[in-house]
Design a binder for this molecule. Structure first.
Ligand SMILES: CC(C)(COP(=O)(O)OP(=O)(O)OC[C@H]1O[C@@H](n2cnc3c(N)ncnc32)[C@H](O)[C@@H]1OP(=O)(O)O)[C@@H](O)C(=O)NCCC(=O)NCCS
Length: 176
């Protein structure tokens, strides 16, 4: 049952154990780290938070990366999902990655969290003046496609990604 106290927050030290629990579940389930900040080393947790803050300001970005913000969805004091918002598109993101990536803790799936997380991240994008917003997913990721469609995503096209050996759906969300 989703708590009414659900909130979208910037990464912070307060939820350290819960966040580590989320990443650990991805590892145990042998799941790819989506969105990519889940790959970050969290041994020095404060340092990880500092790096994420820097990335949002466009500092120390990895080669080929644009400034990006990471958000945690917290329900009942637990981090249940993570989103990453790219502040602009580059050639690669325009083709495949889009503005927003997200992932839900495996044990917290099918409860509506991704739909709430994407809605909240769209609001953040709007605050940053990002409009329209591109969100992509693999065609066979039925859950993700539903999440995008429930957030008013309009399918633009489907492209083959040689890198993923998959068909990628590209959706635009207009925030008015
Ligand atoms: C895709 C993902 C984000 C969905 O998260 P979630 O919190 O389970 O999604 P929601 O609960 O908001 O469900 C959205 C819809 O998808 C459906 N759904 C969820 N999991 C599903 C599954 N495995 N198969 C089919 N439908 C599924 C839900 O029933 C719901 O549909 P409904 O509104 O018709 O009931 C989650 O499975 C995940 O983190 N996957 C790994 C990372 C990933 O693929 N990220 C997206 C990259 S584009």
């Amino acid at each position: 049952m989703i708590d009414t106290n659900i909130k979208l927050i910037h990464p912070c030290i307060e939820y350290k154990n819960s966040y580590i629990g989320l990443v650990t579940e991805f590892v145990i389930n042998n799941e790819p780290f989506i969105p990519f900040p889940l790959k970050m080393d969290f041994k020095d947790f404060a340092q990880m938070i500092k790096k994420l803050k820097g990335y949002a300001r466009g500092e120390n970005l990895m080669p080929g990366f644009v400034p990006h913000s990471t958000y945690w969805l917290v329900d009942n004091k637990e981090v249940v999902a993570v989103a990453n918002l790219r502040h602009r598109l580059n050639e690669h993101l325009l083709k495949e990655g889009g503005h927003i990536g997200y992932g839900v803790k495996p044990s917290s799936r099918k409860k509506g969290y991704a739909t709430i997380l994407l809605a909240g991240t769209i609001k953040k994008a709007k605050e940053k003046g990002i409009n329209p917003i591109l969100v992509t997913c693999e065609k066979d990721n039925i859950a993700s496609a539903k999440v995008i469609q429930k957030n008013n995503g309009i399918l633009d096209d489907e492209i083959f990604s040689p890198a993923h050996n998959e068909i990628i759906q590209r959706y635009w969300i207009h925030t008015g």
